[in-house]
Design a protein around this ligand. Structure first.
Ligand SMILES: [Zn+2]
Length: 342
């Protein structure tokens, strides 16, 4: 992993982080916010590497400077990638870079209690110990309160990095004690370029995948060519839906509901198709399925804005039911029949 330049389209967060490193004063707690797949985890890891990199000058004994204790002459703003410390962090084997993730759906109080115990001891070898709490919004209230105690009396030579989609996803007593650094969605153009260059995706498809990813680079990587084929099938089914042909509606619902994740992917494509329809009447150049412009030109007139709003609501409810482990077949049948009707 190269340094901060490997983080795509996040100039401002990178500028803030490298300024901390250059000045040698780093807040005890940082909160990286932004949607999934925009580089928050990568940035946290590179930052941990840069804080501890031994690549420039002799290793200095840690000095408690009142903030995180970065030695005064620690002015490394990019990790070297090759020193002992960088390599350990890269391979997730550094004893002082601690990663906490949700266990199941939540981050439990026992995880934060274990962390408290570790933090009561001195770091093993790091200049600065780094704790990365991913998806910090998954902390339940008890875990959040336990973390608050750490934030109120931060241990020496320790930085906490929390990641979450939004600052407001955390209890305010926790978020107010962290310096918030916002990560923006990656631009469609940049994602398309990366898909093309790194994955060899055809530029037209790359642009569509980039549009579907809503600014998430990892989301774009997950969208596969298979989805594009499936999309064409979905759209042709949607366009021929008729409430008078219940048999066809139910057959469509049956195929939709075979697998939970597939069903959610299908809903994403269906959602985009209708969203494009809403966008097309005002800004035809801004639709995501840009390769389907010709088809869209004839389709969009069949759906009023009011009917599209109702369709979005039905899709939202179906998604919610699937995530809550509702009956897939029933959810699909309800959705398809409603889409045919409205
Ligand atoms: Zn290094």
């Amino acid at each position: 992993m190269p340094g901060f330049e490997s983080i795509t389209d996040q100039k401002r967060p990178v500028r803030i982080l490298t300024a901390f490193l250059r000045k040698g004063t780093i807040p005890h707690a940082l909160l990286f916010t932004g949607i999934e797949g925009v580089g928050k985890q990568t940035a946290a890891k590179i930052f941990a590497m840069a804080c501890n990199c031994l690549g420039e000058g002799p290793e200095q004994p840690p000095v408690n400077s009142g903030k995180t204790g970065l030695p005064d002459n620690h002015r490394i703003s990019e990790p070297c990638d090759i020193c002992r410390s960088c390599r350990k962090i890269l391979s997730n084997s550094h004893p002082d870079v601690i990663q906490i993730r949700p266990s199941g759906y939540s981050i439990r109080i026992s995880q934060i209690r274990d962390l408290c115990e570790i933090l009561s001891l001195k770091p093993y070898e790091a200049k600065v110990r780094v704790v990365i709490i991913s998806d910090a919004q998954a902390m339940n209230v008890a875990a959040g309160n336990a973390l608050l105690k750490i934030l109120e009396e931060p241990p020496d030579r320790t930085i906490l990095i929390l990641t979450a989609a939004e600052k407001t996803d955390l209890i305010s007593t926790v978020s107010s004690r962290c310096q918030n650094i916002k990560f923006n969605p990656v631009s469609r153009k940049k994602i398309a370029q990366i898909l093309s260059e790194r994955k060899g995706v055809d530029p037209v498809d790359a642009d569509i995948f980039a549009g579907m990813s809503n600014g998430s680079l990892s989301g774009a990587f997950n969208i596969s060519g298979k989805l594009l084929k499936k999309r064409d099938w979905l759209i042709s089914e949607l366009e021929s839906l008729s409430i008078n042909d219940t048999g066809r509606c139910l057959a469509f619902a049956e195929r939709l509901s075979k697998d939970k994740d597939d069903f959610l992917d299908s809903l994403e494509a269906i959602d985009i198709w209708y969203r494009d329809m809403a966008v097309f009447r005002h800004s035809p150049g801004k639709i995501i399925f840009i390769d389907l412009s010709d088809k869209m030109r004839t389709s969009y007139k069949k759906h009023s804005e009011q009917s599209l709003i109702s369709k979005f609501e039905e899709i939202r409810m179906a998604r919610q039911a699937i995530r809550a482990n509702g009956n897939l077949r029933l959810t699909a049948e309800t959705l398809v029949l409603k889409l045919a009707q409205i």
